[in-house]
Design a protein around this ligand. Structure first.
Ligand code: ITT
Length: 203
């Protein structure tokens, strides 16, 4: 089986491939296709954006596609950056720019009020338009300074209480057991295993 990842985010691509490495599924991403359309993420929810990315890429490639729309939700700043996580500090913001902006917005907020969560909505879309989505979260706190070099995005400022480390200090295998993305992908993996791989293997 082959699945096209409807993302250009290299951090996500790495995590998804590693999560499914025991399945034998072959993954390509939109980066492997020339002239694939750029997708405007203008839905007002993670679900809406994930469905839009999955649908457009499945229609374009006519293959099975997996999309992920995810972000960071911080209660003390009214749920920001939320669906705007990748462009919090501006349209072409780097992960570093976003982290600087987040820490500066939260400068005067004490640790106990810095609770936050990552959310991920993953959608697997088939060429006939049928699809299955999965939604998961991962709870933590926003630190006062970045720490660690693994992962991507807000991982250096996202503190994971169970490990007493930031997400960027966790080994990739550790992140891929507890993250919002890992939890959503587990549901997708079980679904594929139950309904799709079996059919695919024994037509
Ligand atoms: P695609 O749309 O091409 O998939 P993107 O980076 O724009 O790439 P999203 O719109 O889903 O993807 O935005 C996700 C942003 O949320 C991402 O850029 C990070 O800033 C943040 N984020 C999501 N998951 C994360 C994770 O596991 N670790 C750190 N930051 C994460």
């Amino acid at each position: 089986m082959r699945i096209i990842l409807a993302t250009r985010n290299s951090g996500k691509i790495k995590e998804v491939k590693s999560f499914f490495q025991d399945t034998g599924i072959q993954f390509l991403s939109v980066n492997d296709f020339l002239s694939i359309p750029d997708i405007i993420e203008d839905a007002d929810s993670f679900e809406g954006n994930a469905l839009k990315k999955a649908r457009i890429i499945a229609e374009y490639t006519k293959e099975i596609c997996l999309a992920d729309d995810s972000g960071l939700i911080v209660d003390a700043i009214d749920g920001w950056p939320g669906i705007y996580s990748s462009r919090y500090a501006g349209e072409y913001a780097t992960d570093g720019d976003n982290n600087v902006k987040l820490l500066s917005e939260m400068e005067n907020i004490p640790f106990e009020k810095r609770n936050a969560r990552y959310r991920c909505v993953a959608v697997i879309m088939f060429p006939d338009g049928s699809n299955k989505s999965a939604d998961a979260e991962c709870e933590g706190f926003i630190t006062f300074e970045p720490k660690g070099n693994n992962g991507f995005g807000y991982d250096p400022v996202f503190y994971v209480p169970e490990y007493k480390k930031t997400m960027a200090e966790l080994r990739p295998e550790e992140k891929n057991m507890i993250s919002h993305r890992a939890k959503a992908l587990l549901e997708i993996k079980r679904y594929l295993n139950k309904y799709v791989c079996r059919e695919h293997d024994n037509p």
